[in-house]
Design a protein around this ligand. Structure first.
Ligand code: SF4
Ligand code: SF4
Length: 98
């Protein structure tokens, strides 16, 4: 499990010691894919949170979910997940869900 410290940005990862909010720019509508979690495979290791460049993974207590307002759809979380719990899914499959 990731060890927490007091973060400035609510989704900021544990390794950050930034004194300003990092990369917390709203993604708008340009993301082409989003990470979707299969919670049955997730062991809450925190690596997706650690590697996410804009630090937009939200800690849900027993798993992490991307904050889609800030997720850029880069797929690094899915690539780094050791359990294959995250899959990048094209935005078109979600229609107007947001
Ligand atoms: S999605 Fe993968 S990397 Fe993220 S906490 Fe779960 S098992 Fe770890
Ligand atoms: S797709 Fe990229 S920006 Fe979105 S949660 Fe994963 S690592 Fe973070």
């Amino acid at each position: 499990m990731v060890i927490k410290h007091k973060n400035i940005f609510e989704t900021e990862s544990c390794w950050s010691n930034a004194d300003k909010q990092m990369l917390c720019l709203d993604t708008g509508g340009w993301r082409t894919e989003r990470p979707v979690l299969d919670q049955t495979k997730c062991n809450y290791c925190g690596l997706c949170c650690l590697y996410c460049p804009p630090q937009c993974m939200l800690d849900k207590g027993d798993h992490y979910e991307a904050n889609l307002a800030f997720c850029k759809g880069c797929g690094i979380c899915a690539h780094e997940c050791p359990r294959g719990a995250l899959t990048m899914v094209p935005e078109g499959e979600f229609g107007n869900e947001g």
